[in-house]
Design a protein. Structure first.
Length: 172
């Protein structure tokens, strides 16, 4: 499964499942690697996936989720200072934020933001997604379900079955 970011100044960032590279696709259709995510010994290798007798993609994910492997770089957001992307390790979603100016990478499993004076802290659920909309702006999509929002359903005035929350943000 491939994912594109929102339009950047000269093109789009692009990632493909099970890949460790974020590519840039220029408006001229030139494609080149832009960022390489070094998972080290936790990288999913071709020999982990080929010739193992998997019957379905579920078998592949069960193998990866039961190991220390990291995979599936996706949901890329590139802002002026930060590069954000999601990946999975042992079946759990992680968010990495790379400060391009300071050359510092931080990763975690929680998202924290202020909403109308209320500090919101959510576990990064696999159903939460984000992307770029251009002009140094981005969005996050959060399902309204109590399994994701927990006690914050009341803050956002939503209940299970409602449309997801779409929150727009820019770099600060």
């Amino acid at each position: 499964m491939a994912q594109f970011s929102g339009e950047l100044t000269q093109g789009y960032n692009f990632v493909n499942s099970f890949n460790d590279t974020i590519y840039f696709v220029a408006k001229s259709m030139e494609v080149f690697p832009k960022y390489y995510i070094d998972f080290g010994s936790n990288k999913v290798l071709e020999e982990d996936l080929v010739g193992k007798g998997y019957i379905s993609i579920v078998d592949v994910f069960q193998f990866i989720n039961s190991s220390e492997k990291s995979f599936n770089v996706g949901n890329v957001v590139e802002l002026e200072t930060y590069l954000m992307y999601r990946f999975f390790n042992q079946g759990q979603a992680f968010l990495s934020v790379y400060d391009k100016k300071k050359d510092v990478l931080k990763s975690g499993k929680k998202i924290s933001f202020d909403h109308l004076g209320v500090q919101i802290v959510l576990d990064l659920d696999e159903e939460i997604s984000f992307g770029t909309i251009g002009d140094n702006r981005a969005y996050i999509v959060i399902p309204a379900e109590s399994s994701v929002l927990k006690q914050y359903q009341e803050v956002f005035n939503v209940k299970d079955g409602d449309n997801p929350l779409i929150i727009l943000f820019d770099e600060k």
